[in-house]
Design a protein around this ligand. Sequence first.
Ligand code: SPV
Ligand code: MN
Length: 626
Amino acid sequence: MNNYLETLKNKLTEVDYKKLCAIENPKVHEFIAKASDLCHAEKIFICSDDPKDIDHIRKQAILSGEEKDSLKIKGHTVHFDGTEDQGRDRKATKYLVPRGTTFSKALNQIDRQEGLHEVKGLLMDSMKNRTMIVRFISLGPPNSVFTILGLQCTDSWYVAHAEDLLYRSGYKVFCQAEPNREFLRVLHSAGKLDKNMTSIEDDKKAIYVDFMDSTIYSVNTQYAGNSVGFKKLAFRLAIRKANYEGWLAEHMMLMGVYGPGGRKTYFSGAFPSACGKTSTAMLPGETILGDDIAYIRDIGSVARAVNVESGIFGIIKDVNPEDDVSIHKVLNSPGEIIFSNILVKDGTPYWIGMGEETPKDGLNFSGEWYQGKKDSNGKEIPLAHKNARYAVTLKALKNCDPEIDNPMGVEVSGIMYGGRDAKAYVPVQQSFNWSHGIISYGASLETETTFATIGKEGVPEINIMSIQDFISIPLGQNVCNNIEFGKRLKKAPIVFGVNYFLRNKEGEFLNSVQDKHVWIKWMELRVHGEAGAIRAPTGFLPKYDDLQKLFNRILNKEYSKEDYIKQFTIRVPENLAKIERVQRFYQENVVDTPIELFEILDQQRKRLIEARDKFGEYISPEKFEW
Ligand code: SPV
Ligand code: MN
């Protein structure tokens, strides 16, 4: 028995002490002992993933008041986050950077010693009179080449419960692992709480990522994106590990798409938060493996991917019975679901855009809510937060793919990148080759900020591969890693660019929410060489006839030539302006941009200018057809 175990003994029950002894890794004991010492936890609960332990967590989440079981449907609970903790907090999230290390300017950072001092000061005594819950998690299927182990200490029963719905259990894996097995560590405290059990010290939020020690500290936070360490926080560490080991950790959904004859082709897709990633992964009639984070490895010279998670922390806004058939059904059926930041009235949850009449009062993240209620700045509080969410296990969905736990992952044949781009990119296009796709669609991904992060909405920004917030290595290195990864493969996935948010001059969207299903089916055909394409300056465009057939078959809709031309017109000035912005971003922020990025952007610029000289500024796709 080591000293750390000894010091932990008086805070553990006999049973829990035994659970901890079954793990041989002394680093596990050390982390828990140091965390408990710093935070002064009164007791420690070790979750062995046994159904009894899970049930205890669920009950405590309700008993403590962090979740309310006032919803009518069995298994449904609701949790509220503080008014200032309703999305990922970019400002409060910082990398701890040791002296002498330079990071890209675009990354939020703080000197490591200074940051550790600050965050440990904030965590000190935070768990007095509280229980510290210890959870063990397997990121990716256990016992596979993809597996990364994680350990979280938290004083939030809600966080511990959410982790149960969102991640694969890892206690057994820790027990069986070698004593020197690496693992990621997370220490979280919700900090001071009000009577509604929401964190109140918003001005003292700190979410610090210490890659030197594979540790994440989060304090005075509850919103899952800030507190559930295995979501975007561990992801930052995984990107680093992937960088050293030669694989990719991506902000990507993973789905199976059916093609002719019932064949299934797997796609992954990167979209910034609230840009259609989850709804794409959940398209009716196709299969879902994951909606947020994927690890991708070169196995046998093809790209194979797993979902890092096993559940969905999805945006509930606009989920309605027409557009989101499968998840709508789940949200209205018995089974375990944690709703967050919705409105509750008479045991029923309500949210924005649900396609039903909503009540004029109820309970929401602001407390007792009534229509017209204002916040301290005089702004009207909506019935539910735009970033209200649900947490549910993927297996609750009927179309969850049977390969979800395959330790070898699934072969990815196509990758798509999509942002919120009102002006430039067409709804779907295929890159000329791997590097062109990675640079023109991935590394050039531009989007508008959304409600999923705290701060102003609608601000245009570059969001490299939709992981800019999470890249914990020099940004240029990340672009380089992507290029190199595909070049090494015998059969690299085909790269597509999508844009669900293209608008006309009047500001109206040119596509409906369902149209993405047609784009996905077109990509599936392209992967198998079964649809034609038009070579435009920015990539291969779909042909009208193919889309017309697909619109008819998939959506039972007439698709007019006029709509096609509006959507697939190459807008030269907007595309050139985009290239300028992307180029400037890299020149100003990224010291290690690979030269290939500038070359590929230059070539694209040249193609656009040549086309403009020949056909004008706005070019119908038909002009490129011959
Ligand atoms: C996102 O914002 O990209 C999410 C939700 O997937 S979270 O990262 O948990 O905030
Ligand atoms: Mn996400």
